[in-house]
Design a binder for this molecule. Structure first.
Ligand SMILES: Nc1ncnc2c1ncn2[C@@H]1O[C@H](COP(=O)(O)OP(=O)(O)O)[C@@H](O)[C@H]1O
Ligand SMILES: O=P(O)(O)O[C@H]1O[C@H](CO)[C@@H](O[C@H]2O[C@H](CO)[C@@H](O)[C@H](O)[C@H]2O)[C@H](O)[C@H]1O
Length: 465
C-alpha cells in the first residue's frame, strides 16, 4: 500500500470514535485497515477514496472515508482535521470543497474511474459542475452534500454489500414518475475483495439526487406547532395558530401515494398466519433483548407482549410490499408543492436483510404515529420537567396534539388509499409497540436524556386497550 495512505489510515480509529455516523462501539480499541483505496486526485489536494474495515468491541464494519491530504495546514478545514502524516495534513474530504468538486467531476466523466469504482448518471440528469458543495448540517448517519441548490450527493458511511435500499427505492420511484421524492440523478458503485474470504463484494456507495428547494423538515414544522400550543397552556390544539393537523392530513395522503407506487413497481407479497406468528416471535425477542439493555422496560413487558401475542392467533394473510422503513418527521420535507419523502435506507440499527425486506405499510404508519408523540413530548424534557408546576397540564396538551395529528394523518392516508390504517388496529398497535421498544434502546445508547419519551409511550401502550 502507498506509504502516505497507510499513515493516513492509521489516523482513522481515533477520528471515527467521534463521528456521529459511526455506529460501532466507541469505547475500547478500534482498528482500521483499507480494503479498497483509489487515488482520485494526485496533486494538492491529494484525494483518496477509501473503504476501511473497522474492528471494534462489538464487531467488524466497513466505512467509506474519502480523505484529502494538503501539504500545508488548511485553517478552513480545522474542524475536520484527522492529523498529520509525512505527506501533509489529512482531512475529511467531504468537507473539503476542492476535493468534493473532484468527486462530482467523476459523474460527468461517465467512465469507470478505477478498478472497482463506477459513477453512473441517470439519463437526462444534469451534473451541477462548478457549484460549490456544502455539508448538510445536523447529526446524520451519512454525509450529504448540497451542490448549490441543484443536487444533493449522499455519501453512505457504513457500507454493506448489495444494493442500498435508498438508491433502489429512489430509482424505482423516479422511473415511475413519482414526484413525492427528490429525483435520482446518479449513483456510485464500488467493488472490492472481502478481506476475510477474498470473494468479490459490490455495494452502492453514494447517491446523487435533485435538491429540494424551499424545503422545511417535518420535525421543525411539527415542533414549532407544539411550541405554539405549549405557550397557550389553556387552549386546545385546534385553537392555536400553529395547528398542524392540515399538514398531517396532507402528509398522510402523500404517504399513501408513495406506498401505492411502491406496490406497483416493486415486488409485493403476503404475510401468512405463520409469517405473522414469526413476526410476533421476533417482536417478543426484540423486547427480551431490550429489557436486558434497559431494565426500566421490565414493568411494562407483559402489557407489550399482549400486543405482540395477538399476531400469533391471526388466521388471515396480510399484504406486504417495500416501504420507507424508518419513517419519522425528520424524513419528510415540506416544499411549496407539498410533502416529499427522503431517506429510504431503513433503520440504522437493523441488519441489511431486514432493511430490504417487504413489510406491511402499516409499519410506516405506526412509525409516523410514534414521531407525532416524540414531537409532542420532546419539549417536556427541557422546558417542562416533572418538577414544573405546569408539567401535568402540558402532558395533557401533548397527548391531545398527538391524538389530533395522528387522526388527521390516518384520515389523509385513508382518503388517498383503499386502506384505512386503523382498519387493522392490532397490527398497527403491535408495530407501534415494537418501534417504541426499539426507541428505548436507541435513546438509552445515543440520547439518554430523551429516554423518557419512548418510556412514556411504552407505559401507555402496556395498558390494555
Ligand atoms: N433532496 C434533498 N433536498 C434537500 N434537502 C434534503 C434532500 N434530501 C435530504 N435532505 C435533507 O438532508 C437531511 C439528510 O438526508 P438523509 O437522506 O435523511 O440522510 P441521513 O441518512 O444521513 O440522515 C434530511 O433530513 C433532509 O433535511
Ligand atoms: O433517521 P434514521 O433513519 O437514522 O433513524 C434513527 O434516528 C432517528 C432520530 O433522528 C430515530 O427517531 C426517533 O427520534 C425522532 C426525533 O429525533 C422521532 O421523530 C422518531 O419518531 C423516533 O423514532 C429513529 O428511531 C432511528 O432509527
Amino acid at each position: 500500500m502507498d506509504a502516505g495512505l497507510a499513515e493516513a489510515v492509521a489516523l482513522l480509529p481515533e477520528w471515527l470514535r467521534h463521528q456521529h455516523w459511526f455506529t460501532g462501539s466507541r469505547t475500547g480499541p478500534i482498528e482500521a485497515r483499507a480494503v479498497f483505496a483509489t487515488l482520485l486526485h494526485e496533486s494538492e489536494p491529494r484525494l483518496w477514496h477509501v473503504l476501511a474495515e473497522v474492528r471494534h468491541a462489538e464487531g467488524v464494519q466497513i466505512y467509506q472515508v474519502p480523505i484529502s491530504v494538503h501539504p500545508h495546514r488548511a485553517d478552513r478545514l480545522d474542524h475536520v482535521h484527522l492529523g498529520r502524516t509525512s505527506e501533509g495534513h489529512v482531512y475529511d474530504a467531504l468537507h473539503d470543497k476542492d476535493a468534493t468538486a473532484i468527486l462530482l467531476s467523476h459523474f460527468a466523466d461517465g467512465a469507470p474511474v478505477a478498478d472497482g469504482l463506477t459513477f453512473h448518471v441517470q439519463k437526462g440528469a444534469t451534473v451541477p459542475l462548478g457549484q460549490p458543495s456544502l455539508v448538510m448540517p445536523g447529526e446524520h448517519h451519512n454525509t450529504s452534500l448540497a451542490y448549490g441548490d441543484a443536487s444533493m450527493l449522499k455519501v453512505f458511511r457504513r457500507i454493506e454489500p448489495g444494493r442500498n435500499p435508498d438508491v433502489e427505492i429512489h430509482e424505482a420511484l423516479t422511473d415511475a414518475g413519482c414526484d413525492l421524492v427528490a429525483p435520482l440523478e446518479g449513483w456510485v458503485d464500488g467493488t472490492w475483495q472481502d478481506p476475510q474470504d477474498g470473494s468479490e463484494r459490490t455495494a452502492n456507495l453514494a447517491m446523487l439526487r435533485g435538491y429540494l428547494t424551499t424545503a422545511s423538515d417535518g420535525w421543525a414544522l411539527a415542533t414549532a406547532s407544539v411550541r405554539d400550543l405549549y405557550a397557550e397552556g389553556d387552549l386546545h390544539a385546534d385553537e392555536v395558530g400553529g395547528d398542524f393537523a392540515a399538514e398531517s392530513y396532507r402528509l398522510g395522503m402523500s404517504t399513501a401515494r408513495v406506498h401505492e407506487t411502491l406496490a406497483e413497481v416493486l415486488p409485493t407479497g403476503t404475510m401468512s398466519p405463520a409469517d405473522l406468528a414469526a413476526l410476533s416471535a421476533a417482536m417478543n425477542r426484540r423486547l427480551d433483548a431490550a429489557v436486558v439493555i434497559v431494565p426500566e422496560l421490565e414493568p411494562f413487558a407483559a402489557g407489550l407482549r399482549a400486543h405482540f401475542d395477538v399476531l400469533r392467533d391471526r388466521t388471515e394473510a396480510v399484504p406486504v410490499q417495500r416501504i420507507h422503513g424508518s419513517y419519522h418527521l425528520g424524513q419528510v420535507l415540506r416544499t411549496v408543492v407539498g410533502w416529499k419523502l427522503v431517506d429510504f435506507e431503513g433503520e440504522v440499527l437493523a441488519s441489511a436483510e431486514e432493511r430490504r425486506a417487504p413489510h406491511s405499510p402499516l409499519r410506516d404508519v405506526a412509525q409516523m404515529l410514534r414521531s407525532f408523540d416524540y414531537a409532542a413530548r420532546h419539549l417536556l424534557i427541557t422546558d417542562h420537567p416533572p418538577e414544573d408546576p405546569a408539567h401535568d397540564q402540558i402532558v395533557y396538551r401533548a397527548q391531545e396534539w398527538t391524538q389530533r395529528n395522528s387522526e388527521a394523518f390516518c384520515n389523509g392516508y385513508a382518503s388517498a388509499s383503499a386502506t384505512d390504517p386503523r382498519g387493522d388496529l392490532d397490527l398497527l398497535t403491535a408495530y407501534e409497540a415494537d418501534k417504541a421498544v426499539y426507541e428505548v434502546v436507541y435513546e438509552a445508547r445515543r440520547r439518554p436524556s430523551w429516554l423518557p419519551i419512548p418510556l412514556a409511550a411504552v407505559e401507555r401502550l402496556a395498558q390494555p386497550r
